[in-house]
Design a binder for this molecule. Structure first.
Ligand SMILES: Nc1nc2c(ncn2[C@@H]2O[C@H](COP(=O)(O)OP(=O)(O)OP(=O)(O)O)[C@@H](O)[C@H]2O)c(=O)[nH]1
Ligand SMILES: [Mg+2]
Length: 206
C-alpha cells in the first residue's frame, strides 16, 4: 500500500513523514523546503494472529515482536502545493505524478493558522486553515483533469468506432485510467452520477 502526504507548503508534511518513517528529511520553517519527494516505510501495529496459536511467527512482510505485528506501509512526502499550483504557481503540481499509484492521500493542515496561503509564517490564528482544505481539493481535481485529458480525443474516437461500445465503455475507460488506480466500480459510479451518454462518448464535455 502506498500513502501520499500532501498539503500546502510549510505546514509540517515532512515532520509528519519523519515521525512515521524515522527517515532523516529536510524540515525548515519556510515554503518548499522539500522539492524532491521523500520515500519511506512506516509500520502499522496490529495484534498478530500468532498469539491465538501461542507461537512466534516470522512474516514475509514487516516483522512481529511478542504478538505485535508491524505491517509495512509505503509513504511518500512531496513538495507543498499553493493555490494556482495547476497553473504553475509555487512548484506547480506536476510533481504529483509521483503519487499516481497512491492508494490514499493524507492531507496535512496547519490548524494553528500560522502560515498564509503561500506557506509563509504569519501570526498564529491570523489565517483560516479551512481555505487550505478547499483549495487543495481544487488543485488535486485539476491534476486529475490534466491526466484524464491526456490522449482523450484519440481514445474517445477509437472507443466510439467499436461495436457495442456502450457496453465496453466501462472496461475501456478503466484500462485507459489504470495509471490512476481507477477501478471498474469507480467508472460505473461516475458514469451513473453524471448521467453520461454511453452511446455517444464524443458528446461528453470537459
Ligand atoms: N508548532 C508546530 N510546528 C510544527 C509542527 N509540525 C511541523 N512544524 C514546524 O513547521 C515548519 C515546517 O515543517 P516541515 O515539516 O518542513 O513542513 P512541510 O509541509 O514539509 O514544508 P514544505 O516541504 O516546505 O512544503 C518547521 O519549522 C517545523 O518544525 C507542529 O505540529 N507544531
Ligand atoms: Mg517538506
Amino acid at each position: 500500500m502506498l500513502v501520499g502526504v500532501v498539503g500546502k507548503a510549510n505546514v509540517g508534511k515532512s515532520t509528519f513523514f519523519k515521525a512515521l518513517t524515522l527517515a532523516n528529511v529536510e524540515i525548515q520553517n519556510y515554503p518548499f523546503a522539500t522539492i524532491k519527494p521523500n520515500h519511506g516505510i512506516g509500520y502499522v501495529r496490529i495484534e498478530c494472529a500468532d498469539k491465538f496459536f501461542n507461537v512466534q511467527c516470522n512474516p514475509r512482510e514487516g516483522y512481529c515482536i511478542e504478538h505485535n505485528r508491524f505491517v509495512p506501509v509505503d509513504l511518500i512526502d512531496v513538495a507543498g502545493l499553493v493555490p494556482g499550483a495547476y497553473e504553475g504557481k509555487g512548484m506547480g503540481n506536476q510533481f504529483l505524478d509521483d503519487l499516481r499509484q497512491a492508494d490514499a492521500l493524507i492531507h496535512v493542515v496547519d490548524a494553528s493558522g500560522s502560515t498564509n496561503e503561500n506557506g509563509e509564517p504569519v501570526e498564529p490564528g491570523s489565517y483560516n486553515p479551512c481555505n487550505d482544505i478547499k483549495f487543495l481539493e481544487v488543485e488535486l481535481d485539476m491534476w486529475y483533469l490534466r491526466l484524464i485529458k491526456k490522449g482523450w480525443d484519440k481514445f474517445a474516437r477509437s472507443v466510439q468506432q467499436e461495436k457495442d461500445h456502450d457496453i465496453k465503455i466501462v472496461k475501456d475507460l478503466t484500462s485507459h485510467l489504470s495509471g490512476l488506480k481507477v477501478t471498474e466500480e469507480m467508472v460505473e459510479e461516475v458514469l451513473n452520477n453524471l448521467k453520461l451518454d454511453r452511446n455517444n462518448i464524443l458528446s461528453w464535455t470537459e
